[in-house]
Design a protein around this ligand. Structure first.
Ligand SMILES: Cc1ncc(COP(=O)(O)O)c(C=O)c1O
Length: 739
């Protein structure tokens, strides 16, 4: 089979063969590099040349609309390559194309200064756009921490496509001159924004359109800094600015805009604790304190253990200290860089407060449960929860009511807890007059096998029965989810914020009053009382499982309207109870760095992780040899149709919009980056398959197995090559099984 890394150059890539525009683009550039190389080679036979030239035309046509949304290489460079080919200068075309190919496939070393792109939304003629790009380039200074280029798009529609397609966009400047619909034929790109109602934008005034565009971009990519450029009376506009925009500028104020754009990205790039630790490690110190390993003293000169420093390098020892002074901070009583790092994490994950935990989510769960529970409180908990919950509930003296997930007997697995089971349980407590004893609902989202709850709906329906219920969402496997627009909807923090906005709105008060007047009837079921409802939501995440962080690096995110009033002290107590007075600084630094990375490139990484899983699924299905013995479970296998209102069986295959629809409507969805391979037909059980075949023979690590299945996960570090390797291994295993 062709390796995933090398598309077949004899065919022009087509979108229908992929879910991914990103991959299509990279493959098309690879094909273009290959074709120009062949044409530049004097030995290529003349009878092949006409075919290759026709292929260049096709590839340029394919790439042209896509490159509209990228500053680099962009349409300009593509046209330059097209022109070189027209004049027969394939040598130069090949060199240019090859550089692009290498950069898109990530084979180039990162540049010294990070680079990003800034989206400008304005319908201006090409010469004006070129002049603007040039003017911005002239403002660059050697001391700028980053460089950026502009992508200029003419319409509302193009702007939304651009922020979804181009993950290198870090800031967006909205100017008044843009149109609503795209002048280009968006063709396949339109699938990104099928769910956007452009007709509703048409009647809006220019100002309203700008604000609306800001809202829509922020909903999709909240990390992108938004700037507004107004032509007239910016003072008047400034008064109506939504919180979505960082600043408003006059059109002529390019220098200010440039500096503010750099400043905005610098704020996400800031890593206060990592920076403090690096600074500390460079200071000369004499240690008359604990920790002989600090500064490598006990290791470097030892004839017996110096290999430890040979292996790790000296920096890790220079960064080991038990000091909380000298620019550092104390995790137990943070007031400096750790506090700042936690505040930045709260911003990034959409929490009101975030706490770093250096002993994994096992400990994070214990902290939250102990802070909320007093002996005798009733906690509803998923029977298949992680064991840390059981320990936490025993320690807290809770009365536990277990909730059962729907079974998936055929695959020796469980699904997740249906909403009807949860609300039924709460109603039973109400009927018994014991609702006031129920304190908390604790669920795992997503489950180990990748089943994801409709978090907002669960909380809404539970709050309609018990308006002060506390929620603990164990997101051990879901830290990455906050950085992708589709996943984000189903995180605890995003759902808590949306519910707060909804319940505090005048519209909701009216809706509730109308429902009360109709005898408590509302088409969507009972509503929480806006006077009584309190949003009290906690999420625990193993940052180390799905984002960049050292093992055991976890976070607790809090969105609790009663935190200060009801829980701050108890939380502090619980945090102290379970936290070492010598927390590991390397773990804390890695949490800080992992957060910055997620804010700067999380969207791209998460999108790629989902797509690579999809490629793996497709490759296994398409390969008759592999599919003789193996098959990946699909959404219909794992989520019965009664939990899928959208009726969409293969959400990711239908593209971005279909996935969005399923994730908006279905009670449960499946995280596409987790794939369960059914191995029953091999006659080998999951455990033996994992150890004796995947691990010992081919060095492939997987996590969970069942009697007849093995769980594979892609993560933000997965590459196309590693997916290709796994496919090769499955082919080899199938051959062995044949033998
Ligand atoms: C659902 C769930 N919660 C909590 C944990 C514990 O996380 P950690 O390993 O970060 O302590 C795990 C670990 O696998 C888990 O699966």
């Amino acid at each position: 089979m062709p390796g995933l890394d090398t598309p077949d150059p004899s065919t022009v890539p087509r979108l229908h063969a992929y879910t991914s525009v990103w991959r299509l683009r990279a493959d098309a550039w690879t094909s273009l590099a290959d074709v120009t190389k062949r044409l530049a080679d004097a030995l290529t036979p003349p009878d092949l040349r006409a075919g290759l030239q026709a292929r260049i035309t096709e590839l340029v046509l394919l790439l042209d609309p896509l490159e509209t949304y990228w500053a680099y290489p962009g349409r300009g460079r593509l046209q330059q390559i097209g022109a070189l080919c027209d004049t027969g200068d394939y040598e130069s075309a090949m060199r240019l194309t090859d550089t692009v190919r290498r950069q898109l496939s990530g084979h180039e070393e990162p540049t010294e200064r990070p680079a990003f792109q800034v989206l400008v939304v304005d319908d201006i003629p090409t010469p004006e756009a070129d002049a603007l790009r040039e003017e911005i380039r002239r403002l660059r200074r050697p001391e700028d921490p980053f460089i950026y280029e502009l992508v200029i798009v003419p319409s509302f529609e193009d702007a939304l496509v651009a922020v979804l397609l181009n993950s290198e966009v870090q800031a967006c400047v909205i100017r008044p001159g843009f149109a609503v619909t795209s002048p280009h034929s968006l063709a396949d790109m339109a699938r990104f924004i099928e769910n956007v109602d452009l007709l509703a934008v048409q009647p809006l005034s220019t100002d309203e359109r700008m604000l609306q565009l800001g809202e829509q971009i922020a909903e999709r990519r909240p990390e992108v800094d938004l700037y507004l450029v107004a032509q007239v009376s910016i003072e008047q506009f400034a008064g109506t600015l939504t919180r979505r925009f960082r600043r408003i500028f006059d059109r002529r104020d390019l220098l200010e805009l440039h500096l503010t754009i750099l400043q905005g990205v610098a704020e996400r790039y800031e890593m206060p604790f990592f920076t403090a630790l690096r600074g500390y490690s460079r200071q000369p110190t004499g240690v008359f304190h604990a920790l002989p390993i600090s500064r490598g003293k006990s290791v470097v000169n030892s004839p017996w253990i110096h290999q430890m420093s040979d292996f790790y390098g000296l920096n890790i020892f220079l960064a080991e200290t038990s000091a909380t002074s000298g620019g550092l901070d104390s995790l137990l009583d943070p007031s400096g860089p750790i506090k700042k790092a936690q505040q930045l994490a709260a911003r990034a994950f959409g929490a009101e407060q975030t706490f770093f935990v250096t002993n994994g989510t096992s400990t994070a769960n214990k902290i939250v449960v102990q802070s909320i529970i007093t002996p005798g409180d009733v906690v509803l908990v998923d029977r298949n929860c992680h064991k840390s919950h059981h320990y936490a509930l025993v320690l807290g003296g809770a009365q536990v009511t277990y909730l059962d997930s729907y079974p998936l007997d055929q695959f020796s697995m469980y699904g997740a807890v249906p909403l009807a089971t949860i609300t039924q349980c709460l109603r039973e407590y109400r009927q018994q007059g014991r609702l006031d004893q129920v304190k908390m609902l604790s669920l795992t989202n997503c489950t180990f096998d990748g089943i994801v709850y409709d978090v907002e709906r669960v909380m809404h329906e539970c709050l309609a029965i018990k308006p002060d219920l506390v929620f603990l969402w164990d997101e051990a496997w879901f830290a990455f989810a906050g950085f992708h627009p589709i996943y984000r909807r189903r995180t605890a923090m995003a759902a808590a914020r949306r519910l707060q906005q909804r319940y505090r709105s005048a519209q909701y008060a009216a809706e509730y009053a109308a429902a009360q007047a109709a005898g408590g009837q509302h088409e969507a079921g009972p509503l929480p009382d806006p006077e009584k409802v309190r949003i009290r939501v906690y999420a625990t995440q193993s940052t180390h499982k799905t984002l960049t962080a050292l093992r055991q690096g976890s976070m607790i995110h809090v969105f609790d309207e009663s935190f200060q009033h009801l829980n701050e002290e108890a939380f502090d107590e619980a945090y102290m109870t379970h936290t070492s007075t010598s927390p590991n600084y390397q773990i804390l630094a890695s949490l800080d760095v992992g957060r910055a990375q997620a804010e700067l490139e999380g969207y791209q990484l998460v999108q790629r992780q989902a797509e690579l899983a999809m490629n793996l699924l497709d490759a296994v299905e398409a390969n008759p040899q592999i599919s003789k013995y193996f098959r990946f479970l699909t959404t219909p296998d794992m989520i019965p149709a009664r939990y899928r209102r959208s009726g969409i069986d293969f959400p990711l295959r239908g593209g971005f919009s279909q996935m969005e629809q399923a994730w908006q409507r279905d009670e449960f969805v499946r995280d596409p980056s987790r794939l369960t391979l059914l191995i029953g037909l091999t006659g080998i059980d999951g455990d033996t398959f994992k150890h004796s075949f995947l691990m010992d023979k081919y060095g492939i690590q997987v996590n969970k197995t069942s009697r007849n299945s093995v769980l594979f996960m892609t993560n933000i570090g997965t590459t196309r090559s590693s997916v290709a390797y796994l496919i090769e291994v499955l082919v080899k295993l199938a051959e062995e099984l044949d033998d």
